[in-house]
Design a protein around this ligand. Structure first.
Ligand SMILES: [Zn+2]
Ligand SMILES: [Zn+2]
Length: 170
């Protein structure tokens, strides 16, 4: 995700568009490794103000995860946007949230992954209509119906039946 900015360095205040498309290497964050799926894209603009680059970017990607309800592996598609600033290392201070660049190139990958992990949802579901697992036998209810729920209904029906029978006897 390296963008050549030599032109922008000479034309202060002028926004330049960029696009990037490619595959992403797995990333580890907070002890968890995320594996990406398919192609990721990053596009937007960068502008130089004489000291700092401002980058406005839109990203799309897909990553491998599991459904929080049924536990099946799935690919979660994601789209997010971010704005970040880049300075020469000599202008960077300890407490600022700026990224650095050297020469005439911006490497957007750190900013990209930082924002990805910020935006990544805590849980994902394979489908809004995912039925999850049976709490009794653990069967994936998207694949069919186990007998646990049916048994419960049968039990209720037979209770009702015996109640009706009791009334008949009165
Ligand atoms: Zn599911
Ligand atoms: Zn069951």
């Amino acid at each position: 995700m390296i963008v050549s900015v030599n032109e922008a360095l000479r034309r202060v205040g002028e926004p330049f568009p960029f696009t990037w498309k490619g595959t992403l290497e797995p990333q580890t964050f907070a002890g968890k490794t995320v594996v990406f799926s398919g192609k990721a894209t990053l596009s937007g603009t960068y502008v130089y103000d004489g000291k700092t680059f401002r980058v406005d970017a839109d990203a799309t990607l897909g990553y491998e995860t599991v459904c929080a309800r049924c536990g099946e592996p799935m690919v979660e598609p994601m789209a997010f946007s971010f704005t970040e600033r880049f300075v020469r290392p000599m202008f960077k201070t300890e407490d600022d949230e700026l990224y650095t660049y050297e020469g005439e190139k911006l490497d957007l990958s750190t900013a990209f992954f930082d924002n990805f992990f910020l935006e990544m949802p805590m849980t994902t579901v394979c489908s809004e209509s995912c039925k999850g697992l049976c709490p009794v036998c653990g069967m994936n209810l998207n694949r069919g119906q186990c007998s646990c729920l049916t048994n419960k209904i049968d039990a209720r029906f037979s209770a009702l039946e015996s109640l009706l029978n009791e009334h008949k006897e009165v």
